[in-house]
Write a protein that binds this ligand. Structure first.
Ligand code: JFZ
Length: 427
């Protein structure tokens, strides 16, 4: 297993879903596709393979600027960056030697997107990760297609294309495309982590213990530091996975032995969807980040860039607002540990050791200004308590089983305020 210290410390990262599906963006021949995830277009319509491949000719994100993306992530307080090197459709965002179905060989854009992002990440001190769809590959290479049980396929060509591969065909894909591409990604771009994705009733048929071991073995033979997530087989992951990935948008209410994360969306779709208008509020997004941190977990917030290579204004606005909150409250997130007393009804708690002292960060979600909250279990002597955003000192009073902390009424205008409490271990 590789060292997850940086991952746990950094807590917050950006996830990007971007590819050919970003061009039609959830609408095919004038109709909204069945699935709310626009990256599922090919299997959701379904679109015959040859027709889907044509999309490569219109992938030309002339406004793509890797530096701008990484800056946006950094300004939002994110410390790592994860992008779909290859999603289920099988199309690759780098000039892979294994297949010409990639951004350099098949599109008018012709630039190595992963290469440019890797350079920008290095310059800005942001860790880089790749999503690689290792189980599903809809390009007819032998990867699984998974979806045909759920849909009525009327198109004759598509009906032939969307069937589960034989074990033989899958093995040919595994040896001929999947493993060589993962090796190529590590050797070319030296990612800090990989994010694999399998789930559901067919996952264990293909993502057997033998194949999981083969993949993890390969990753760790190319890089001793590259982390692997548990969705290599969500249903029964190898013990050698480095960190756990929750299901999409699932925020657990327990802690785990291993490092863990939730990946979540800004609206519904992962990739850009032109008819997806249901944006989560900034406050809600910050709560997901804080909630996970209070249980020792990470948060990977997804953006689906548009086909021109830019982020939607609604996404940018939320990233900037989260960044403003992180600018003043970030110390309650980075490098903190889980709440020693679990979750509380008035909010969430993170803690940090600071020499002899312990810092408790109280995240006030449901406290009326002008009242006080009770921190059950905080029994050591409090030496200092302030509101992080304003620096305003607040009064505390200890009792047998905990501490009362007042929340002054002047603080009513703050968004998700944090009170930092310094605790003397000798007290
Ligand atoms: C998977 C992908 O299919 C999706 O496109 C996206 O990349 C997301 C991050 O991961 O999504 C899932 C995973 C699991 C289920 C459904 C979609 N599931 O268990 O129903």
């Amino acid at each position: 297993m590789a060292d997850t210290t940086w991952f746990t410390h950094d807590r917050f990262g950006m996830f990007i879903h971007w590819g050919l599906y970003s061009v039609p963006a959830g609408v095919w021949k004038g109709k909204k596709i069945r699935k709310s995830y626009s990256e599922w277009l090919q299997a959701s319509v379904p679109v015959p393979r040859a027709e889907y491949r044509e999309l490569a000719k219109s992938f030309n994100p002339s406004r793509f600027n890797a530096d701008e993306w990484i800056r946006a992530a950094k300004q939002a307080g994110m410390r790592y960056f994860l992008i779909t090197a290859k999603h289920h459709d099988g199309f690759c965002l780098w000039p892979t030697r294994v297949s010409d179905y990639n951004v350099v060989d098949a599109t008018p854009f012709g630039r190595d997107i992963l290469g440019e992002l890797a350079t920008a990440c290095r310059e800005h001190g942001i860790k880089l990760g790749f999503y690689y769809s290792h189980w599903m590959d809809w390009d007819g290479t032998g990867g699984d297609v998974s979806y045909q049980d759920e849909v009525q396929i009327d198109d004759e060509v598509a009906a032939r294309e969307y069937t589960h591969p034989s074990q033989e065909a899958f093995e040919a894909y595994w040896q001929g495309k999947c493993l060589p591409q993962v090796r190529e990604l590590i050797e070319s771009y030296d990612p800090a982590f990989l994010w694999f994705d399998t789930w559901g009733k067919y996952s264990s048929e293909y993502m057997t213990p033998r194949r999981q071991e083969e993949m993890i073995g390969l990753v760790h033979s190319c890089s001793s530091s590259c982390l692997v997530n548990s969705r290599i087989n969500f249903e029964s992951p190898s013990d050698r996975c480095d960190y756990l990935s929750m299901m999409d948008n699932c925020y657990p209410n327990t802690t785990f032995e291993k490092a863990w994360e939730t990946s979540g969306t800004l609206n519904h779709s992962w990739a850009y969807h032109k008819l997806d208008y249901e944006w989560k509020s900034t406050g809600q997004l910050i709560k997901y980040l804080v909630g996970n941190a209070s249980l020792g977990g990470n948060y990977q917030l997804n953006v689906g860039p548009m086909p021109d290579g830019t982020f939607q204004p609604a996404a940018l606005r939320r990233l900037r607002e989260i960044g403003c909150w992180m600018d003043v409250n970030g110390e309650s997130i980075y490098g903190t540990a889980a709440s020693p007393v679990g979750t509380v009804e008035w909010g969430r708690i993170t803690i940090r050791k600071a020499g002899e002292a312990t810092l408790w960060y109280l995240h006030l979600w449901n406290v009326t200004p002008g009242t006080a909250l009770f921190v059950n279990g905080l029994v050591s002597k409090v030496t200092r308590a302030i509101i992080l955003e304003s620096g305003q000192p607040v009064r505390t009073q200890s009792s047998d089983c905990g501490t009362w902390v007042s929340f002054p009424k002047e603080a009513s205008g703050l968004l998700l305020p944090v009170i930092k409490v310094e605790v003397d271990p000798r007290g």
